[in-house]
Design a protein around this ligand. Structure first.
Ligand SMILES: *Cc1c(COP(=O)(O)O)cnc(C)c1O
Length: 395
């Protein structure tokens, strides 16, 4: 008998973290590995945010705070939703946690009963199904096609949704594909969701600020008839390059927010007081660097997409947001290349070309891989050359 609990046996460690560790090990052994696996911006946290944290330490903001966020941070979040999304919330409709991941975790632990269904469009962020499983729920995975930019269509939603559906997760722009839903696409999905009165929507908006080509971000809580059933998750990790500070938040129905605080009060208590002070500055301070950084991401996206489409056997869409692309490698999976799955492809790529990426199957869609281009142009140039010669060597 293993000491490990049955509920833990249902889940696996994060595959994206696994690739990153493998690459780190190879690097420690002296290999010149280029890591395109990690899901975090390479930019530093802006100075005004760092200063706010230092000031908080000096002022003595170093004690426990209210469990689900300081009043100052909740006010900054309230103002953010009003300013950027035209959404109004009371302070008791807002919850702050130790990263968006904890916020999601709280939400599902607080609301899922054994066997409850959660619709998750694939490709998905690796943590969604596992958090649902840990909470005792049943992930209902819907595979979305490349021809629809990997987005959920009303037809697919109609087939999947039922009275048993407790939650549906919408992530736009998406990790791992970078695809974003337009206002019209959200409206089309919402027409179906409105009919299922017991269903809740989890909108993961963490990549809201990383968009290109004039893409207009729209979030499902802006649909009036769905606002009372939508929990909108966001955070400072991606927009403000603050992954290590661990601050995420959500806004939505009071009842859920209150239940989430109850879980947090018996697990981690409040997120770090100092990080909360920094997040206040992130949300209230200058937003100028966001556009600047998006422009560098865009330049990298263009380069990566063009380079990949110049490689025989690979094809790649040009997405409207986040810092990922999700190229198709199906043409390279055959008897001749001796590669059967996308996992074989990424393992050989790491071994032979020393480039770390993550297989599409880790995100629920086989035949693809994810590249994170949140790294320097120099690294990307080297990586694209290596991927090209690796793919050519297979043919
Ligand atoms: C990074 C990420 C998150 C949350 O990250 P935190 O650092 O925990 O705030 C949530 N959803 C997606 C899709 C992400 O990529």
């Amino acid at each position: 008998m293993s000491i490990v609990s049955n509920s833990l046996k249902r889940i696996k460690p994060s595959p994206t973290i696994a690739v990153t560790s493998k690459a780190r090990e190879m690097r420690a052994a002296g290999k010149d590995v280029i890591g395109l696996g990690a899901g975090e911006p390479d930019f530093d946290t802006p100075d005004n945010i760092k200063e706010a944290a230092i000031e908080a330490i000096r002022k003595g903001d170093t004690k426990y705070t209210a469990v689900d966020g300081t009043p100052a941070l909740k006010k900054a979040i309230q103002a953010k939703f009003s300013r950027e999304n035209d959404l109004s919330y009371e302070l008791d409709q807002i919850s702050v946690g130790t990263g968006g991941k904890q916020v999601l975790y709280n939400a599902f632990m607080a609301t899922i009963n054994k066997g409850d269904e959660v619709i998750i469009p694939a490709p998905y962020w690796v943590s969604y199904p596992d958090i649902v499983l840990l909470a005792g729920g049943k992930p209902k995975i819907i595979k979305c096609d490349e021809k629809n930019n990997f987005k959920l269509t009303p037809e697919k939603l109609k087939k999947a949704v039922s009275k048993k559906t407790k939650w549906i997760i919408i992530n736009s722009p998406s990790n791992p594909t970078g695809s974003g839903y337009t206002k019209d696409e959200i409206i089309a999905l919402s027409k179906i969701l409105i009919k299922y009165k017991n269903l809740y929507i989890l909108s993961d908006d963490i990549y809201e600020h990383i968009t290109y080509d004039g893409f207009k971000f729209f979030t499902i809580a802006q649909i009036e008839k769905l606002k009372s059933r939508t929990l909108t998750m966001n955070g400072v990790s991606k927009s403000y390059s603050m992954t290590g500070w661990r601050i995420g938040y959500a806004a939505g129905p009071k009842e859920i927010i209150k239940a989430m605080a109850k879980i947090q009060s018996q697990s981690t208590s409040n997120p770090t007081s100092i990080s909360q002070a920094a997040a206040v500055e992130a949300l209230n301070g200058t937003q100028d660097f966001i556009l600047e950084r998006s422009n560098s991401f865009k330049e990298r996206r263009n380069f990566v997409v063009d380079s990949l489409n110049n490689i025989k056997g690979i094809s790649c869409l040009s997405p409207e947001g986040a810092f990922y692309v999700f190229p198709n490698c199906k043409k390279l999976l055959n008897n001749k290349t001796k590669l059967k799955t996308d996992k074989d492809f990424v393992e050989k790529l790491l071994e032979k070309a020393e480039v770390a990426v993550v297989q599409g199957s880790a995100f629920g869609l086989e035949g693809y891989f994810r590249i994170s281009y949140a790294t320097s142009m120099d690294n990307l140039k080297k990586a694209m050359e290596r991927i090209k010669s690796f793919c050519n060597s297979l043919n």
